[in-house]
Design a protein around this ligand. Structure first.
Ligand SMILES: N[C@@H](CCC(=O)N[C@@H](CS)C(=O)NCC(=O)O)C(=O)O
Length: 165
């Protein structure tokens, strides 16, 4: 049976949807990144990138959501176009478009809107050093000077649009 390592975030949810739509039998095994469970040695042996989702299918290990989608589609023979070079090329183009564009850039948009909005306020020349806490906030990060992370953000950080925190 397929072992499906997941949490409730978008990439594992893609796999949950695929497993359900394909009618595959699976065992769902939670991995909680907030507790650092993705770094457990047993899990790193499955996914050396320390992220969810991953699957283990009777000894076959697959990690990274788009690789898993392709593996499952080929295993179940579902959601694949008729075999031809042109169809395969179109399938791979859209899959990689999601893997390298929509997914990562959507994730970064959420991160910088909701969890690190202060990065937007740095002058462009300083952004290369933004990862160093002392250069970002010489007197300590504003989020630790009393108040919540969002409330301390400078006024000119635009409010989230359609995304709700
Ligand atoms: N490229 C990976 C990204 C997976 C990913 O970013 N997973 C997040 C949850 S959606 C995660 O495990 N984060 C924990 C961490 O970064 O430590 C995929 O598509 O599976």
């Amino acid at each position: 049976m397929i072992k499906f390592y997941f949490n409730g975030s978008p990439n594992p949810t893609k796999i949950a949807l695929a497993l359900e739509e394909m009618g595959l039998v699976y065992e769902a095994i939670p991995v909680d990144p907030r507790r650092g469970e993705q770094f457990n040695p047993d899990y790193l042996a499955i996914n050396p990138n320390a992220k969810v989702p991953s699957i283990v299918d009777d000894g076959v290990t697959v990690f990274d959501s788009n690789a898993i989608l392709l593996y499952l589609a080929e295993k179940a023979g579902r959601f694949l176009p008729p075999a031809s070079a042109a169809n395969r090329a179109e399938l791979l183009s859209w899959l990689m478009f999601v893997a390298t564009g929509v997914g990562p850039f959507g994730g970064q948009a959420v991160h910088f809107r909701h969890f690190a909005p202060e990065c937007k306020t740095l002058p462009r020349r300083d952004r290369g050093t933004a990862s160093r806490p002392e250069s970002r906030h010489p007197q300590g990060p504003p989020s630790f000077q009393g108040g919540d992370r969002r409330g301390d953000a400078p006024q000119h950080v635009p409010p989230p649009g359609r995304l709700k925190s």
